[in-house]
Design a protein. Structure first.
Length: 134
């Protein structure tokens, strides 16, 4: 016989209901990523529109096409990131454990944490974990 139809399953509630994704990405000099897409593919900062997070030619973390980027003192929340909206800056004095909020070129908000910084002959390599809010 056929199994009887059952009620649709309710999604499991989560502690982080506002988090869309956690994606680690490693930035290298003059490379960036478009955080509006699910694929965290690195692209050259020159000639690539829509990059929301990149490492400049002087190893500064910046948001080439995103409207804002700002460092936070602790793990951000949706509300705390919203309070920082509009503060555009770039940073050369980043370190593992630091948090940053950002806006994307398509109007999303999120944050990232610096996980690792490696000094190479080609400049810094910075690994971050990015989180997007819904």
């Amino acid at each position: 016989g056929q199994p009887s139809p059952s009620a649709p399953l309710e999604p499991e509630p989560s502690d982080d209901e506002n988090q869309l994704s956690i994606v680690p990405v490693t930035l290298s000099r003059q490379m960036g990523v478009d955080l509006d897409t699910a694929e965290q593919t690195l692209f050259p900062t020159r000639g690539t529109p829509g990059l929301d997070l990149a490492l400049s030619d002087t190893d500064r973390i910046e948001s080439p096409d995103g409207p804002w980027l700002t460092r936070m003192t602790s793990e951000p929340t949706v509300e705390r990131c919203a309070d920082e909206d509009g503060r555009q800056s770039s940073y050369w004095d980043y370190a593992p454990g630091q948090w940053f909020c950002f806006g994307t070129s398509e109007g999303l908000r999120g944050y990232f944490q610096v996980i690792d910084v490696r000094d190479t002959s080609e400049g810094d390599e910075v690994t971050v974990e990015t989180y997007l809010f819904e």
